[in-house]
Design a protein around this ligand. Structure first.
Ligand code: FAD
Length: 496
């Protein structure tokens, strides 16, 4: 065994949560080692992103422009055939004033490319990234975690010591167990996902051609994610009670499910399933909805899927992964800088992470109630976020990942710059919505909610463009902490 190297932080896993936390800690000048068991680029599911990730976290990381240049499909919102309405209905991120203007979109990404960009960016920021290195053990010293042991590509075993170990190893690894507590699987979200890739699937008419399309059918629901002009990610999420639908050969099972869902079958009428390369396999995932009772212990913290995941329906996975990574980095940076005690700093991480997870949990439970119509989903979003001015706005903010009201995502300077562009864009988006409303003839576009939200949205953006106050970064609970001006640490709310 080689002698133990020393770092401030060792991160286990190079997915979006791992690279994000590593980058934010390295940005403060700390020594960070990231150990990834695979060689990047590697496959991962989770392709539909939210604006909060691509403009919020990626903006703070300094990688937004690179992501923009990568040529991913622009996602302006989502289209759903869901609930009691037989016709599809859509939402656009532009409806929320917080996301309007140049930030009113997200991307549909090939995760191999997206995750690779984030990991390379970590390297640029000084993180020591070692691929083909699998962590096998967490090193403890009494109550405290002190480091990890790992095996490199040659099979050699190494130990490293660190003041913090971050478990960002996703949902399949068992490292999270060393944080104490238990992983509790959701009784409600007990679904199985089966997914593959198609060349030549149809696209929705502009401006919705980049939207995620979610279609409920008798046994569950389908996602239809346009990854490029020709490549589409297609997956069925099936309730456990229909588990026999995904038995046997996965490719046959997926074809049979598609045949049961006429809208997806129609979109794929001229398409062929990819059968070679990384997209050639039909994959099955289950047991992915859980939360750990403990997200941290002295010397160790869990982020991303290592801590919790819910459900693919609103693309919350990469958002929760990168947002929790930012929260953890603030706590680590604050303790390493000597600003705050460990207990206080990580209590803030824990509270905010559970709050964001809880928002999505409560809302998605309602969303799965297929007997509701979409206006009640909006109502439910308002109930769980309880600050936005209208139901539709709350819904869009929640599904856009900005409901956390995090100051770093709505930082005053960049928001003012953004809002300067917005008045004109909003007007254009209203007329687009009107046009698509005519095609779809859904109640969404005819509802009073829509009209009043668009009007309110215009007023709020004009006010912001003229220098009106933006939301302050509120403490989540009395006496709680708020992000520092650079977004990378915590400070007491009175210091803001
Ligand atoms: P991961 O992306 O899993 O990365 C973990 C990394 O750790 C991997 O690279 C792995 O190789 C590495 N690792 C594991 N063990 C070790 C070890 N012992 N040592 C070193 N390295 C290790 N999210 C969305 O945002 N949008 C979606 O549309 C979406 N769709 C989904 C559909 C399905 C069916 C499922 C199950 C999930 C979906 N998700 C979606 C969720 C998304 O996949 C995850 O939330 C996201 O990938 C979590 O990122 P992460 O960095 O925490 O983990």
């Amino acid at each position: 065994m080689s002698s133990a190297e020393e770092f401030d932080v060792v991160v286990v896993g190079g997915g979006p949560s791992g690279s994000t936390v590593a980058s934010f800690v390295a940005k403060q000048g700390h020594r960070v080692l990231l150990l990834e068991k695979e060689s990047f680029p590697r496959y991962q599911i989770g392709e539909s992103l939210l604006p909060a990730t691509v403009h919020g976290v990626c903006g703070l990381l300094g990688v937004s422009e690179e992501i923009e240049r990568a040529g991913f499909t622009r996602k302006l919102g989502g289209t759903f055939r869901w609930g009691s309405s037989p016709e599809p209905w859509s939402f656009a991120f532009a409806i929320s004033p917080r996301m309007a203007g140049p930030t009113s979109h997200a991307y549909q990404v090939e995760r191999m490319k997206f995750d690779d960009i984030l990991l390379k960016h970590s390297r640029k920021l000084g993180v020591d990234v070692r691929e083909n290195c699998a962590v096998t053990e967490v090193v403890e010293d009494g109550e405290r975690v002190r480091g990890v042991a790992y095996t490199d590509a040659t099979g050699a075993r190494h130990t490293v010591s660190a003041r913090y170990v971050v478990d960002a190893s996703g949902n399949k690894s068992r490292i999270h167990r060393r944080a104490g507590g238990e992983r509790t699987y959701s009784d409600f979200f007990r679904n199985i996902a089966i997914f593959g890739y198609y060349e030549g699937g149809k696209r929705m008419p502009a401006p919705k051609q980049g939207n995620i399309f979610c279609v409920a059918f008798d046994e569950g629901w389908f996602w239809y994610i346009p990854l490029s002009d020709t490549l589409t990610s297609v997956g069925a999420v099936v309730n456990r009670e229909f588990a026999e639908s995904v038995q046997g050969d996965p490719a046959d099972a997926l074809s049979q499910l598609i045949a049961k869902c006429p809208r997806i079958d129609d979109l794929l009428a001229d398409a062929e399933r990819v059968t070679e390369g990384v997209y050639g396999q039909v994959r099955v995932r289950k047991d992915y909805s859980y939360s750990n009772s403990s997200y941290w212990r002295p010397g160790m913290v869990l982020v991303g899927d290592a801590a919790c995941f819910l459900d693919p329906v609103f693309s919350s996975g990469v958002h929760l992964a990168t947002y929790s990574a930012l929260l953890a980095a603030r706590s680590i940076n604050s303790v390493l800088a000597g600003d705050l005690g460990e207990e206080e700093s990580f209590a803030e991480f824990d509270a905010r992470y559970r709050h964001e997870f809880g928002l999505f949990y409560e809302f998605l439970v309602s969303f799965y109630d297929m007997n509701s119509n979409h206006e009640s989903y909006f109502w439910q979003a308002k109930k769980v976020t309880s600050f936005a001015d209208s139901e539709l706005e709350a819904f869009v903010e929640l599904v856009g990942g900005v409901a956390s009201l995090d100051g770093a995502f709505v930082d005053a300077e960049s928001a003012r710059t953004r809002f300067k562009h917005t008045a004109g864009e909003l007007e254009r988006s209203v007329s687009q919505v009107d046009r698509t409303g005519a095609d779809d003839a859904t109640p969404l576009y005819q509802s009073e909610i829509m009209g009043s939200v668009m009007e309110q949205g215009t007023q709020m953006q004009v006010q912001a463009a003229l220098g009106g106050d933006l939301d302050p970064a509120d403490a989540l609970f009395p006496g709680g902490l708020v992000p520092s001006a650079d977004g990378l640490r915590w400070v007491a709310s009175a210091e803001q």
